[in-house]
Each structure stands twice: as structure tokens, then as C-alpha cells.
Write a protein that binds this ligand. Structure first.
Ligand code: GAR
Length: 213
């Protein structure tokens, strides 16, 4: 029997009262850029109010400057014990999320694993994109693993975040062909093109109530 907790969805957003999103990034933020473009094209039922990274120099903060969105870099605290370090880091994140009245967290290239207590609190309001067709190739090296496996197809998956790593209810996925001489970056770039269309659309469907949990 599945003893895990149910998903508790966010309210449905509207153009006059958009759902308040925090995007978590770790690096370049091309996915963040795609979402911000999507949100500024026409009024949407969601808006990005906050971007958080564990790296205060994350490249993606340029998109926050360009779009007038608050970027907050929260470094990992200097605490030797790993689990205490993670919990203390997440407590600082929670303070910011509360300050900005965040209603939905969008992981977009966020390379840290969130603690079970954080996931439990946000379950149903925490969404991720992973660059493979889950459950194939979970973890931090999806493209490397797909190539090492001589996969002919990979892709990307949008899912709600569960207690497991790259697990949780799948909302959408899209396949991408792996070509014979692909390098990791060839495959990554080809998958990102699809991610940048799929993720904003699924976030939109979730926030507007088109996807119901
Ligand atoms: C994206 O391809 C995303 O799917 C992947 O990191 C990339 C971030 O790119 N996420 C993961 O691997 C999470 N396990 P970006 O920083 O340019 O948006």
C-alpha cells in the first residue's frame, strides 16, 4: 500500500490574481528565461515573484535583472553536519518564500536534493523538470547516462516532486531523438529546446486549473 502523503495543489490562479511562483535555479537559467518570456508575452494566471539559488553568482540572475524579478542567492551555511546544513539552508529559503507569499515552487535546473520535510510541506506545490524520460536516467547526469546506455531516445519530463529523487506524479513528457554522434552538450541543447516550450505550458496548465491533481 502506498503510504506517501497526497498532493495538496495550489489554488487556481487568474490574470487578475496570478499565482505567485518562486523559481529555484543553480546555473545558467535558460529555463527560467523561457518561463519569464512566456509570462511577459501576455497576462497569465501565474507570475514569477522570486528566484532563489544556492549560488549568489548563478548566471541566471541576469534574467531577473532584465525582468525586474527579485533574485536571492542563499549560500549553503558552513555547517559540517550534512543534514543540519541542508535543513538550515532550507529554513533560510522558507523565510524568503514566506516573505514573498510564494504559492508554487518551480525547480528549473536546481541541482540540490530537497529534504523530505521540505518536500512534505510543499507537496503538490513543487514541480520539477528532468532532462530524460523518467523513470529512465534519474539523477544529476541524465545525458551522460543516456549516451552511456546507447539510448536512441531521451527527452524531458515535468513532474510533481515526491519524497524520492526525480520521482513523483508525471504531468507531461516529450521524447527527443538521440543522434549517433551526439555529445552530452548536443543532447542537452536539443532537449532544452523542447523543455523551454513544454515546461512553461505545463506550469500554465497547472496554475490555470487545466491540470487537476
Ligand atoms: C535543464 O536541462 C534541466 O532539465 C536540468 O538542468 C538544466 C538546467 O538548465 N535539470 C536537472 O538536471 C535536474 N535534475 P538551465 O540552467 O539552462 O535552465
Amino acid at each position: 500500500m502506498d503510504m506517501s502523503l497526497p498532493y495538496t495543489p495550489s489554488r487556481v490562479g487568474s490574470k487578475i490574481d496570478p499565482l505567485r511562483i518562486a523559481v529555484f535555479i543553480s546555473g545558467g537559467g535558460s529555463g527560467l528565461s523561457a518561463l519569464l518570456k512566456f509570462q511577459t508575452k501576455i497576462p497569465r494566471s501565474h507570475q514569477t515573484v522570486l528566484v532563489i539559488s544556492e549560488d549568489p553568482n548563478a548566471g541566471g540572475q541576469i534574467y531577473c535583472e532584465q525582468n525586474d524579478v527579485t533574485f536571492v542567492g542563499i549560500r549553503l551555511p558552513n555547517i559540517p553536519d550534512k543534514s543540519l546544513r541542508r535543513l538550515t539552508h532550507e529554513e533560510k529559503i522558507e523565510v524568503k518564500l514566506a516573505e514573498f507569499n510564494v504559492e508554487l515552487i518551480v525547480l528549473s535546473g536546481y541541482m540540490r536534493i530537497l529534504s523530505p520535510s521540505f518536500v512534505k510541506k510543499w507537496k503538490g506545490r513543487l514541480v520539477n523538470i528532468h532532462p530524460s524520460l523518467l523513470p529512465e536516467y534519474p539523477g544529476a547526469h541524465a545525458h551522460r547516462d543516456a549516451l552511456a546506455d546507447s539510448a536512441t531516445v531521451s527527452g524531458c519530463t515535468v513532474h510533481l516532486v515526491d519524497e524520492g529523487v526525480d520521482e513523483g506524479l508525471i504531468l507531461a513528457s516529450e521524447a527527443v531523438e538521440v543522434l549517433p554522434n551526439d555529445t552530452i552538450s548536443d543532447l542537452q541543447n536539443r532537449i532544452k529546446i523542447i523543455e523551454h516550450k513544454l515546461y512553461p505550458q505545463i506550469i500554465d496548465d497547472l496554475c490555470s486549473g487545466k491540470i487537476q491533481l
